[in-house]
Design a protein around this ligand. Structure first.
Ligand code: FES
Ligand SMILES: [Fe+2]
Length: 408
């Protein structure tokens, strides 16, 4: 689905107010980043922070995380244009249960356990566009809102009410282009505004509701999901771990940091091309499409990025726990924003997507696997240290600790 942009609706015009808010926000971020470049400083937390390795290795803690964070917290399942039209659907299995998300005839998004109410077979195994879903086992059929509408051989089910056998709902909410689910069957509704809090305005300005999928991939990593996720949130490692890749494109250990409530953050990294005009007056700065990295708690990073002459694109990575504490994977998706009108650039974005996958797998996730293997054997009393410069990671881990309420 993500590779076939020809089937998507035409580009929608960007909204003037959102454009103004986005431009102002990204300009402000760049201005502060250039200040930091000139003074060779970075935003700092008040003190270093110690992290107990059990946060990355303990199986009981890991299971609690999978429940508390990944099945009770709102989790990003995709963007609106992943399922643009009535009858489009997607499967989302990253939280444990197989979740089926549909767009119904009214354009509303629904989510259910992907489980037939007859004998629990997986209802949908392939996401083709359709108006109803028929189970392959005995052909029970449901509409896009989850209602049971067909049951062959109904004399065999006398006394059973079809109305009681709709698919089991999963809480879902579509908010300004973001589709959130809570992986608890019959769970409490999702209050997106409450979850995003003051981060909501920043996200709204991105107009993610108009962003079209360009490419998507899955990257596996032999490390705890937080070890992998931590690699997205600091620039301290750019020069050492990525000398010829990211380190050649952005300066190391200089970062602008915005803290939002509920564990969300936004970061700005100095791009190499900023150096050409860092000392020039603002009026002479060229246009830039760079917009920083938006980190949506607990597991999402949205890279508002640009290629030279290629317009802005969004790179969204979501890191999920694997089956054990030392395994995880990420889903990486590149989107074309509505305000980037150069559709002919799609092939270049696909190349960029593949390049980023390569860097993450061979550099970030490779070092994550090394670190995880060592943490599994760390002696009593060892703790990892997050520096004052790793401020976004400190914020993330504090938020995590407050939700998980552990005493390490
Ligand atoms: S399990 Fe689906 S129809 Fe029987
Ligand atoms: Fe990295």
């Amino acid at each position: 689905m993500a590779d076939d942009i020809a089937t998507l609706p035409p580009l929608v015009e960007p909204d003037a107010d959102a454009t103004a808010a986005r431009t102002q926000s990204h300009y402000g971020l760049r201005k502060r980043t250039l200040d930091k470049m000139r003074s060779k400083t970075t935003d700092l937390d008040v003190a270093p922070m110690r992290i107990d390795p059990r946060v990355y290795t303990d199986p009981v803690y890991f299971e609690r995380e999978r429940k508390t964070l990944f099945r009770e917290t709102p989790i990003l399942a995709g963007l609106s244009l992943d399922i643009p039209e009535p009858g489009n659907m997607m499967l989302f299995d990253a939280l444990g249960p197989s979740i089926l998300i549909t767009r119904d005839k009214e354009g509303k998004v629904n989510a259910f356990l992907n489980m037939c109410m007859h004998r629990a077979a997986k209802l949908v195994t392939e996401c083709t566009k359709r108006s109803r879903m028929t189970c392959r086992f005995h052909a029970w059929t449901y509409d896009l809102t989850g209602k049971l509408i067909g049951l062959p051989g109904k004399e065999g089910f006398e006394g059973i009410e079809k109305a009681d056998l709709g698919l089991i709902p999963i809480p879902v909410a579509e908010w300004k282009g973001l589709i959130f689910v809570r992986g608890t069957p019959n769970g409490a509704p999702i209050d997106v505004a409450d979850h995003l809090d003051d981060f909501g305005d920043e996200l709204a300005a991105l107009e993610l509701d108009k962003a079209r999928p360009v490419a998507s991939s899955r990257l596996d990593c032999d490390a705890n999901w937080k070890y992998a996720y931590d690699t997205y949130g600091e620039s301290y490692h750019f020069a050492s771990l990525h000398p010829t890749t990211i380190g050649a494109l952005a300066m190391s250990n200089i970062m602008v940091y915005d803290k939002f409530d509920n564990g969300h953050s936004r970061l700005g990294f100095p791009r190499e091309e900023f150096m050409a005009y860092a000392d020039q007056p603002e009026e002479q700065w060229p246009h830039s499409d760079y917009g920083g990295l938006y980190m949506l708690f607990p597991n999402v990073s949205i890279n508002v990025n640009s290629m030279k002459g290629g317009g802005q694109f969004y790179g969204i990575s979501r890191v999920f726990p694997g089956e054990t504490p030392d395994k995880c994977y990420s889903l990486h998706s590149t989107y074309q924003p509505a305000h980037t009108v150069r559709a002919e650039e799609v092939d270049r974005w696909k190349e960029m997507h593949a390049f980023i996958d390569h860097v993450i797998s061979t550099e970030d996730y490779s070092v994550s696997a090394d670190g995880q293997a060592n943490l599994n054997w760390a002696p009593e009393g060892f703790a990892s240290t997050l520096g004052r410069n790793e401020i976004a990671l400190q914020h993330f881990h504090r938020r995590l600790a407050s939700i998980m309420q552990h005493n390490w």
